[in-house]
Design a protein around this ligand. Sequence first.
Ligand SMILES: Nc1ncnc2c1ncn2[C@@H]1O[C@H](COP(=O)(O)OP(=O)(O)O)[C@@H](O)[C@H]1O
Ligand SMILES: [Mg+2]
Length: 159
Amino acid sequence: MESEVYSSCSEDETHAVAAHFASRLEKGDIVTLSGDLGAGKTEFVRGICNYFDVEDIVSSPTFSIINVYTGRFRSGDAVRIVHVDLYRLKSKDELKTIGLEEWLALPDAIKLIEWPEKANGFLSQQHYHVEIRTLPGLEDRRKICISVVNAPCLGHVQK
Ligand SMILES: Nc1ncnc2c1ncn2[C@@H]1O[C@H](COP(=O)(O)OP(=O)(O)O)[C@@H](O)[C@H]1O
Ligand SMILES: [Mg+2]
């Protein structure tokens, strides 16, 4: 997949881009989200959760680091959505404490991770990456780039 670029002029448009993107997600998928504070990462997560009819209030898990929601595919099949925000991560040791690796390995959940750069190198699986940029002087405008990261996974090279 080439990277896809969208332009958003409002929170609602970001939700719509996110919902459109969510329609391709499957159980086990991982999505990382980057961008400055206030760029719209959590709004993008809300758009994904709206698509999956999540009933809980989706809020930034800044203090809890991980929130888990229950959603549904259009088929009615339930899916857990794990929302991680690493912004306040203090050390790599904390990754162990929160059990990030175990959460990421869950085959039946969709994992959405804000601030992946706070834990550089923790992700070896292929995943989607969403980059949200603000534009100088244009308050509600955002540029949203979505790509697939084919992270090298040397331990699992298939022959
Ligand atoms: N086009 C847009 N897309 C997303 N959020 C927007 C947009 N325009 C303004 N906003 C506002 O920007 C803020 C984004 O907050 P949030 O999603 O919590 O950021 P982050 O998680 O990246 O720190 C919200 O207050 C939202 O209303
Ligand atoms: Mg956030």
